[in-house]
Design a protein around this ligand. Structure first.
Ligand code: KMH
Ligand code: ZN
Length: 309
C-alpha cells in the first residue's frame, strides 16, 4: 500500500512581491485565512513566512508571526512550519528568531549556500506597487544565500535540540543532500527526517525531471528508509513536479510561495485552489492524502500542544 501523500502548503514566502499577484497573502489576516483554507483543502503542513502588512515586504520579526500563528493554530490541526529562510538579505539571527520564539513543530532549514537569482522576474513587470520590490529583485544578481556549516549546526542545536523542532531540510541541489548526510553522520540529524527537494530556482538544480529522479535515487542511497521526501518546483513546474513525486511515493509542496499560478498564464486566486488541484490529482491517481496527525506520526513531531503560541 502506498503511503498517504503529505501535502505542504507555503502560502506567501519571501520571494514573490505584491505587484506580481493581487492574491499573494500579505497581512496577518490574509496569511491566516490562506493557511486555514489550505489546511481545510487538504494540506497537513503549512510552511509560513511573514510580511509587513503595509508594504508586503518580507518581515521575519516574531511579533509579526505572532499575529497569525495562534489564529491558525486555533482553527486547524495542521502542522505549523516556521521558515528560517526568511527573506533574502536577512541575517541568520533575523531568520532564526521567529522560530526560536514560537518553538514550532517544524521549521525549514536550507542546506547550503548558493546563488539565489530571482532577478529574471524583473522582465515581466514594469509598474511596481511598492518602492522596495524592484531593488529587491535586482540585488539577487549579486546575492549569495548564506547557509554555512556553522549556521546550519547552530540551527540544528538551538532549534532542533533546544526546542524539539523538526526540520524541512530544503535541498536545492545534489550537494545539499550530502550536507544533510554529513550532519546525520555527526548525530545532529536523527531519523525520521524530512527532505524537501527544490527545483527551478536559478542557482539550484533546474526543473528537469531527470534531476528529480537522480536526487531521489541518491537520497535513497544516502538515507535508506530513515527519511521522508517531498518535492517543490518553482513557477509552472510546480504541479508536474508535485505529481511526479506523488507517483514515485513521495510527498509534495504547493503554495503561492513557489508559484503564483494555477494554469498557463492563469493566476491562482488562492492557496487552497492549488491544494485542491493537487489533491484531486493525487486522489485520481488512486492515492490518499495524509492527515496532519499522520504527518506528525511519520515525521515524529513533538505535537501541536508543545509550541509557544
Ligand atoms: N521558496 C523556497 C524555494 C525557506 O523558507 O526556508 C525556499 C524556501 C526557503 O522555502
Ligand atoms: Zn519558505
Amino acid at each position: 500500500m502506498a503511503k498517504p501523500v503529505i501535502i505542504t502548503c507555503a502560502p506567501t514566502g519571501g520571494i514573490h512581491t505584491p505587484t506580481m499577484s493581487p492574491h499573494l497573502p500579505v497581512t496577518p489576516t490574509e496569511i491566516a485565512t490562506a493557511a486555514i483554507e489550505a489546511a481545510e483543502a487538504g494540506a497537513s503542513i503549512i510552511h509560513l513566512h511573514a510580511r509587513d502588512p503595509e508594504t508586503g515586504k518580507p518581515d521575519h520579526r516574531p511579533e509579526t508571526f505572532m499575529q497569525f500563528l495562534p489564529v491558525i493554530k486555533q482553527s486547524t490541526n495542521a502542522v505549523i512550519n516556521v521558515s528560517t529562510g526568511g527573506g533574502l538579505g536577512m541575517t541568520m539571527e533575523q531568520r532564526l528568531l521567529a522560530a526560536t520564539t514560537a518553538s514550532p513543530e517544524m521549521a525549514s532549514l536550507n542546506m547550503g549556500s548558493m546563488n539565489f537569482g530571482i532577478f529574471p522576474m524583473l522582465e515581466k513587470y514594469s509598474d511596481w506597487k511598492h518602492d522596495w520590490e524592484k531593488p529587491f529583485l535586482e540585488m539577487t544578481k549579486d546575492f549569495i544565500f548564506p547557509n554555512t556549516f556553522r549556521t546550519i549546526e547552530y540551527a540544528l542545536k538551538e532549534l532542533g535540540e533546544g526546542h524539539g523542532t523538526k526540520f524541512e531540510f530544503e535541498c536545492y541541489d545534489l550537494g545539499h543532500l550530502y550536507n544533510v548526510a554529513w550532519f546525520v553522520n555527526k548525530g545532529l540529524i536523527k531519523p525520521p527526517f524530512f527532505i524537501q527537494m527544490v527545483f527551478g530556482i536559478l542557482g539550484g538544480a533546474g526543473a528537469d525531471l531527470d534531476n528529480l529522479m537522480h536526487m531521489h535515487n541518491i537520497a535513497d542511497k544516502l538515507f535508506g528508509d530513515s527519511y521522508e521526501w517531498s518535492v517543490l518546483a518553482a513557477g509552472r513546474h510546480q504541479m508536474p513536479f508535485a505529481t511526479q513525486s506523488a507517483m514515485l511515493g513521495g510527498n509534495l509542496r504547493v503554495g503561492l510561495e513557489d508559484s503564483l499560478y494555477i494554469g498557463p498564464k492563469q493566476l491562482a486566486k488562492s492557496n487552497a485552489e492549488q491544494v485542491t488541484k493537487i489533491r484531486s490529482i493525487i486522489e485520481n491517481l488512486g492515492l490518499a492524502i495524509a492527515t496532519p496527525d499522520e504527518a506528525r506520526e511519520r515525521l515524529a513531531l513533538k505535537g501541536g500542544g508543545m509550541v509557544k503560541f
